[in-house]
Write a protein that binds this ligand. Structure first.
Ligand code: UGA
Length: 455
């Protein structure tokens, strides 16, 4: 199939930007990824991905070799040739729950100062509803008028340039980012003109995925409404799980029973120690904040946030009742990342539990197949407050002689560890499982004292 190749620049090479850029190149477009970090750009040129993401490096190397994918710190050259500039920079959460838009603003200004021809600016980052209107206004305010000297390039002068901003939210999940992009369930584009809509339609044509074309504000809202719905779904299951424990029901069976109703669906029904990551926690708080700003109380989303905050330490609470103190106990911690398949620790339950355990004197032996290097930046190996932490290379080392074990992430190798292993290796086989990896009966039969979620 012959496609119309677009010249695309992508600002920001985090999860959103890099994966988008690589996938645009993969379907045949000409892509330049822009990042301010020299080292990162050099790394990417050598075929190494700055993020841990299955399948990404292969596609980076393949498309770089084919000449469809470039990396640079020189945003000027990248922007002024582009038909479309995708913005994928971060929008981190601020203390009040609102999104920090300063990175977006910086890119918007750089775009305004450098572009010399008509160009569509596409915001992929998750931004509060109404932000794209502001970004467009911002670019227009900075755009050199006809005859005015360009600040960015030095040599040229301003012409009448058409610049519009479109919303194109991203729905990839970490760990499955490439697949989620190349085989997305839908592509959402939010535009305010036929011109902008056409450009995005052409860019996405080779993906062969249903495109939902709406107005800009609706597109922005679709992103939040989708993520917050999923967060709500998880918090709802956690809430029900806690009740299951009190009334003697089993959340696993309850979820299975519910899943056959197509209106409910079978996904995202897993109760556990709450949702983490860079998206659900941030996007729930941001929408709640947006509602408050508009004089509305978003009660459902607020409830999801509250349930999640409590859920993260539900096992710690149980264990501290049972053990009275962690002082001097060897505590095995299995899993540090917010989910398997990523080295990301943002909002991971481990970050709530480890400091509590250390405060109370625990001698932690932590195992995670990829999370160790990020985690040890926050909690260096050795003595830490009243306790200590040691990072071990395998599950066996973590469990050997342990008084208690916490499971925070459902990594494959943890799931495959049989109940007998806990019984054999631990000094006292006492396990708090935040991911419901084992059958309650199986653990009991193996002689393990076992606590999980909602059973
Ligand atoms: C999430 C969404 O799933 C993506 O669709 C979205 O594009 C992305 O946010 C984003 O906004 O960028 P992600 O945060 O990478 O993706 O991870 P998920 O796989 O959704 O998991 C989020 C958290 O929910 C994890 O801590 C996971 O353990 C937890 N979870 C998930 C549960 O506790 N129970 C479940 O049933 C499912």
């Amino acid at each position: 199939v012959r496609i119309k190749v677009a010249k695309i620049a992508v600002a920001g090479t985090g999860y959103v930007g890099l994966v988008a850029g690589v996938c645009f190149a993969e379907v045949g477009h000409q892509v330049t990824c822009v990042d301010i970090d020299e080292n990162k750009v050099e790394l990417m040129k050598s075929g190494i991905s700055p993020i841990y993401e299955a399948g990404l490096e292969e596609l980076m190397q393949k498309n770089y070799a084919a000449g469809r994918l470039e990396y640079t710190t020189d945003y000027k050259s990248a922007y002024h040739e582009a038909d479309a500039i995708f913005i994928g920079v971060g929008t981190p959460e601020q203390p009040d729950g609102s999104a920090n838009l300063s990175y977006i603003a910086t890119v918007a200004r750089q775009i305004a100062e450098t572009i010399e021809k008509d160009c569509l600016v596409v915001v992929k980052s998750t931004v509060p509803v109404g932000t794209n209107d502001k970004v467009e206004q911002f670019i227009h305010d900075f755009l050199p008028r006809e005859g005015e000297k360009l600040t960015g390039n030095g040599d040229g002068v301003g012409r009448n340039i058409r610049v519009e901003v479109a919303s194109n939210p991203e729905f990839l999940a970490q760990g499955t980012a490439v697949r989620d992009t190349l085989q997305a369930a839908r592509i959402i584009i939010g535009t305010e003109s036929k011109w902008a809509e056409d450009i995005l339609m052409k860019i996405y044509e080779p993906f062969n995925i249903p495109i939902v074309s709406v107005q800009r504000r609706s597109a922005e809202m679709i992103k939040y409404a989708s993520n917050d719905f999923l967060a709500l779904k998880i918090s709802y299951m956690n809430d029900i799980a806690n009740l299951c424990e009190l009334v003697g029901a089993d959340i696993g069976d309850v979820a299975r029973g519910m899943s056959f109703d197509e209106r409910i669906g079978s996904k995202f029904l897993n109760a556990g120690i709450g949702y983490g990551g860079s998206c659900f926690p941030k996007d729930t708080k941001a929408l709640e904040y947006l509602a408050r700003q508009n004089g509305y109380e978003l009660k459902t989303v607020k409830a999801a946030i509250d349930v999640n905050t409590d859920q993260k330490i539900v096992l710690y609470r149980k264990a501290s009742k049972r053990l009275i103190t962690f002082n001097g106990l060897k505590v095995a911690v299995l899993g540090l990342t917010f989910k398997p398949g990523t080295d990301d620790l943002r909002e991971a339950a481990s970050l709530e539990n480890v400091p509590l355990l250390l405060d109370h004197g625990a001698e932690i032996y932590a195992f995670d197949p990829v999370g160790k290097s990020n985690f040890s930046k926050k909690y260096p190996e050795g003595r830490n407050g009243n306790g200590s932490i040691k990072y071990v290379e395998n599950i066996k080392e973590a469990l050997e002689g342990a008084n208690v074990c916490f499971i925070f992430t459902e990594w494959g190798e943890i799931r495959e560890t049989t109940p007998e292993v806990y019984k054999e290796l631990m000094r006292t086989p006492l396990v708090y499982d935040g991911r419901n990896l084992y059958g309650v009966q199986d653990m009991r039969e193996a002689g393990v004292e076992y606590y999980s979620i909602g059973r």
